[in-house]
Design a binder for this molecule. Structure first.
Ligand SMILES: Cc1ncc(COP(=O)(O)O)c(C=O)c1O
Length: 397
C-alpha cells in the first residue's frame, strides 16, 4: 500500500514534544493516572489489581464493549468493536468497505485519514468542501449531487476537526437519508461528541439512527485519555464489524490489556470525566472570546459549536505559515497552519482543551503585538500605504 504522508501527524511528530505550549492540540488535558484509578469501583479495582498481561479478546474486553454500548440507545456489546484509537477504526473500516472502482464522499477540510486511506485503497474520493462563508456547514444539496452510483461511503465528522462545526439535527438527518438512498455506509466520526457548547445541540449517535451508520468513538478527545489508544466502531450492521475484525488481525490483533481496564474505569465514571472535560473547554472558549475581541481586525473565526478546536483566519497581510513558524521560535507556542489540511485560506487550527491555554494565548498575543510593531516600523520606513498595515486591536487604526 502506498499512502501520502499524514501532514498533520508529521507536523506533530516534529513539534508536539518540543514546544512549551500546544495551542493547537485537539485532545483535552490528559487525566492523571492516579486520579483515574481513584474512580475505580470494586470490580474494576480488582480487574486492575489482578490484571495479567496476556493477549486480550480481539474484539475488545466484554465488559468494555458492554460499557461502550451502554452509552448508546440501541446498541449492545456485540455492536461494538474495540480498536487502537479511532485511527485504527478508520483505517480498517475504510479498507474493508472500499476498493478500486468505489467512490467515497468526505467532508473537507478534515482529518486527513478520513479521505487519504480511501484514496490509498484505490477508491475515488470526492471532497465535500465546507466553507467559512457558510459557517462551515454541510451543503445538503451539494452533497446529494456528489453521490454517484458507485458511492459506497460517506464520511462526516461532528463536532468537526478543524472547524468546530456541528450540524443542526435536520442537516444530520438529511445526510443519513442521502446515505440510505445511495445504499452507502455513513461513517459518523463522533470523537468530539459530548463537547457541544450547548448540550441541547448534541446530535444522536449514528448507530442509533440507522443500520447503515457506523459511529466512531475514542477515549482520546472528550474522555481526555489519548494515551490509552482505545477507540471503537459501533454499528448495528454486524457484518461490517466482522469484516473489520478480520482486517484487525493484520494490524493490532487485540488491544493493550492495561488500557482496556483503564478505559473501562473511565467510561464507568463518564459523568465525572465528561464534566471535567466540558469545564476545561468551556472556560477556555470564554478566554478565546477575549482574544478575538482584542484583535478584531487581525483574527476572526466562526465560533465553534462543539469540540475542542476551531479554525480562525488571520488577516491576509500576515502569512499564517510564516507567523506560526516565528511564533514557535519566539514563544514556544504551537499553532497548526491551515496548509497542513491542504487549505489555502490563511487559517490556523487553535485548540482549547489544555489547561495552559492562558499562558499560550499570552505568548500568542505578545507575538501578535511584535508583528504589529515591526510592520508599523516597516510601514513608516517605506511610507507604505495602509494596505501594508495590520489593523488589529481597538484604537489601532
Ligand atoms: C476527527 C478525528 N477522527 C479521528 C481521530 C483519531 O483519534 P486517535 O488519535 O485517538 O486515534 C482524530 C484525532 O485527532 C480526529 O480529530
Amino acid at each position: 500500500m502506498r499512502i501520502a504522508d499524514f501532514e498533520l501527524e508529521r507536523y506533530f511528530a516534529r513539534w508536539e514534544f518540543a514546544v512549551r505550549h500546544l495551542l493547537c492540540a485537539s485532545d483535552v488535558e490528559a487525566w492523571p493516572m492516579a486520579d483515574l484509578l481513584a474512580l475505580a469501583d470494586d470490580e474494576t479495582a480488582a480487574l486492575w489489581r489482578d490484571l495479567r498481561l496476556g493477549y486480550t479478546e480481539s474484539t475488545g474486553h466484554p465488559l468494555l464493549r458492554r460499557e461502550i454500548a451502554a452509552a448508546y440507545e440501541t446498541a449492545d456489546a456485540d455492536d461494538v468493536l474495540v480498536t487502537a484509537g479511532a485511527e485504527e477504526g478508520i483505517f480498517a473500516l475504510v479498507n474493508v468497505l472500499l476498493g478500486p472502482g468505489d467512490h467515497a464522499i468526505v467532508t473537507w477540510p478534515g482529518y486527513q485519514s478520513l479521505y487519504e486511506v480511501a484514496r490509498a485503497a484505490g477508491a475515488e474520493v470526492t471532497l465535500h468542501e465546507l466553507r467559512e462563508a457558510d459557517g462551515w456547514a454541510i451543503d445538503v444539496d451539494a452533497l446529494r449531487h456528489q453521490v454517484t452510483p458507485r458511492t459506497r461511503l460517506i464520511v462526516i465528522n461532528a463536532p468537526h476537526n478543524p472547524t468546530g462545526m456541528l450540524p443542526d439535527r435536520s442537516t444530520f438527518e438529511a445526510v443519513v437519508e442521502i446515505a440510505v438512498e445511495a445504499g452507502a455506509t455513513l461513517l459518523s466520526d463522533e470523537v468530539y461528541r459530548y463537547l457541544e457548547v450547548d448540550e441541547a445541540d448534541r446530535l444522536p449517535a449514528g448507530i442509533d439512527v440507522a443500520r447503515h451508520v457506523v459511529s466512531l468513538g475514542v477515549m482520546s478527545k472528550s474522555f481526555a485519555m489519548a494515551g490509552l489508544r482505545i477507540g471503537w466502531l459501533a454499528t448495528r450492521d454486524r457484518s461490517i464489524l466482522d469484516r473489520v475484525a478480520r482486517m484487525k488481525d493484520y494490524t493490532t490483533i487485540c488491544s493493550s490489556a492495561p488500557s482496556e481496564i483503564l478505559a473501562l474505569i473511565g467510561l464507568r465514571a463518564r459523568d465525572v470525566v465528561l464534566a471535567r472535560s466540558r469545564a476545561i473547554v468551556l472556560e477556555n472558549l470564554a478566554a478565546l472570546d477575549g482574544l478575538f475581541a482584542r484583535w478584531p481586525g487581525t483574527l476572526s473565526w466562526v465560533r465553534p459549536r462543539g469540540g475542542s478546536i476551531g479554525f480562525p483566519r488571520m488577516h491576509p497581510d500576515v502569512d499564517v505559515d510564516r507567523f506560526s513558524a516565528d511564533l514557535v521560535e519566539a514563544e514556544g507556542v504551537l499553532l497548526l497552519p491551515g496548509s497542513r489540511f491542504g487549505h489555502p485560506g490563511n487559517h490556523f487550527r487553535i485548540g482549547f482543551g489544555r489547561t495552559d491555554l492562558p499562558e499560550a494565548v499570552a505568548g500568542l498575543e505578545r507575538h501578535l503585538a511584535r508583528v504589529r510593531t515591526s510592520r508599523r516600523t516597516l510601514g513608516a520606513e517605506l511610507s507604505a500605504s495602509p494596505v501594508n498595515m495590520i489593523r488589529s486591536s481597538p484604537g489601532d487604526d
